[in-house]
Ligand binder design. Structure first.
Ligand SMILES: [Zn+2]
Length: 510
């Protein structure tokens, strides 16, 4: 729509190419025709927006009514008191308030399909890690320059002044103090995120330190196995039926001095996924995206690609693809590895790309390489709306964007989620899936929190159940499951969806 000329407040000339596709010149006063054109324009925008192509049946219309009453109430009240609008505040400060939202409670009950962007060791809640993992026997602690290090041993090594954690915890005040420090070292949670993470680099510095802390004790094989089971349980409890997990395949250890690498680790994960499915037949399954830190050189990448080939050959349907992860602004650009990644025709890329607010720098251009390297999905794609040509290609080639709202906020790309660039992608119905990235590190669980932030803060006030349902449907459609598996996954989803509608109808009145 282009404004050609302004004559007066009552005489406006528009060139409109509305429903008929024929240009309409509007050159008259504000009469019924004006209001009809206005309504048509709004309707036209709604129909091309995310979810606009779905139709709700009778039961869905009832559920939508309940959902939208809650959404309008929450947004409209906040419009007059912006401090109350939760997506504008850092998630770390409003998590508990989100949990009280009626919209959030509905989203929690809603089936969400698949979790497509999550890093395995950052996906389980800290309460589980603290109360389950760190209370296990044989866990030792060492204090190095004010930082704790935890590791399981039969007999501790001599490289640190190790103390058995269970012994220290006999004293209640030490237990309290040490638990506080453990939580602090495995979480981004802080009372004042604006001060603690005043820029992206500071946020990433803390974020990366969490992985380093977790790595030494989470690699203990019995812990790693139970952790995977718990990851799937927390996902399943949040109405997720399938997951594609990014994993670096860390070297695991046990108390007998055994080490487990690469293919062994994939086998361990696969066995535990099967154990979970046996206990929860409604869960469809897992695939892995082998993901290594992008701060590597070409030789190291070759080594990883060799491991990728080996695990893909051993478990072709369990291993979905490859990715390079970590702080994109600080790592080598994707183009550095183009030659190595392109010939891997057997390799499906799921590249993190454009997770930056630096326009025109190399990280921003990673989006171009992700597309040229035939990515199936793009992790984050935060910078995408700055690249109109790429946006066209993405739509043509149906490449999905993995949007992680809370991660983008906690890692300081955007503070008020109303300013998240994905609003543009939702307005134009891009193939989007919403995911959670590293929920365990900021107190979230499953997908409900990120769905809430996307639905309330990034989508339009008018986006309704169709948009939420589309997020769930997209997560299955843009996953790596085969056509046969897809039929089964959709059967499970459809059953869950009908149960959700019945629950909304019969029990849930927010
Ligand atoms: Zn990620």
């Amino acid at each position: 729509m282009k404004m050609l000329q302004t004559k007066s407040s009552l005489t406006i000339i528009f060139s409109l190419q509305l429903i008929t596709g024929v240009p309409i010149i509007f050159d008259r006063g504000v009469d019924d025709y004006y209001w009809k054109l206005r309504a048509d324009l709004l309707q036209s925008e709604e129909s091309i927006a995310f979810g606009g192509d779905l139709h709700l049946d009778e039961n869905e219309i009832c559920a939508n009514h309940i959902l939208m009453c809650a959404k309008y109430k929450e947004i409209d009240e906040a419009f007059y008191n912006q401090r109350e609008f939760l997506p504008r505040a850092n998630f770390l400060t409003v998590q508990k308030k989100i949990e009280q939202s009626d919209v959030f409670k509905i989203i929690q009950k809603m089936p969400k399909g698949a979790l497509l962007h999550a890093h395995d060791v950052a996906t389980v809640s800290q309460e589980y890690v603290l109360w389950n993992v760190t209370y296990r026997p044989d866990l030792y602690v060492c204090d190095i320059e004010g930082k704790l290090k935890l590791q399981f041993f039969e007999t501790p090594d001599k490289y640190c002044n190790w103390n058995l954690l269970s012994k220290l915890r006999v004293n209640a005040s030490i237990e309290n103090e040490i638990n506080k420090r453990i939580l602090n070292q495995m979480s981004m949670i802080t009372d004042d995120p604006a001060r603690a993470y005043s820029d992206g680099d500071k946020a990433w510095e803390k974020f990366q330190s969490l992985f380093e802390f977790l790595a030494s004790f989470m690699r203990y094989k019995p812990v790693f196995e139970d952790y995977y089971y718990q990851l799937l349980k927390e996902s399943y409890d949040d109405k997720i039926i399938y997951a594609e997990l990014r994993t670096p395949l860390p070297t695991l250890y046990d108390l007998n001095g055994n080490k487990y690498k690469g293919l062994d680790v994939v086998t361990i994960i696969k066995d535990n996924v099967e154990r979970f499915i046996e206990d929860h037949p409604g869960f469809h399954g897992v695939k892995l995206i082998y993901s290594k830190n992008r701060r590597v050189n070409k030789q190291q990448l070759n080594k990883y690609l060799k491991i990728y080939k080996q695990i893909k050959q051993a478990y072709p349907s369990f291993v979905a693809g490859f990715d390079l992860v970590g702080h994109e602004d600080k790592g080598p650009a994707l183009k550095t590895f183009a030659e190595q990644l392109l010939p891997e025709t057997q390799m499906q890329g799921f590249f993190h790309a454009g997770e930056t607010d630096w326009y025109g720098l190399e990280t921003d251009e990673n989006l171009i390489d992700a597309v040229l390297l035939n990515a199936k999905r793009i992790g984050h794609g935060y910078a995408l709306p700055k690249h109109p040509k790429l946006m066209e290609i993405l739509k043509e080639r149906d490449i999905a964007i993995e949007l992680n709202p809370i991660s983008n906020q906690v890692l300081n790309l955007v503070s008020d989620l109303r300013n998240h660039p994905a609003s543009i992608l939702f307005a134009e119905n891009y193939p989007i899936v919403v995911s959670s990235d590293d929920p365990g590190l900021w107190g979230a669980k499953g997908l409900s929190y990120d769905f809430y932030e996307a639905f309330m803060g990034i989508m339009s006030r008018n986006s309704d159940l169709r948009a939420l349902k589309k997020l769930a449907l997209n997560s299955l459609l843009y996953s790596s499951i085969s056509d046969d598996e897809m039929v089964k996954a959709f059967r499970i989803f459809e059953k869950q969806w009908q149960e959700f509608l019945s629950e909304m109808d019969e029990k849930f009145q927010p």
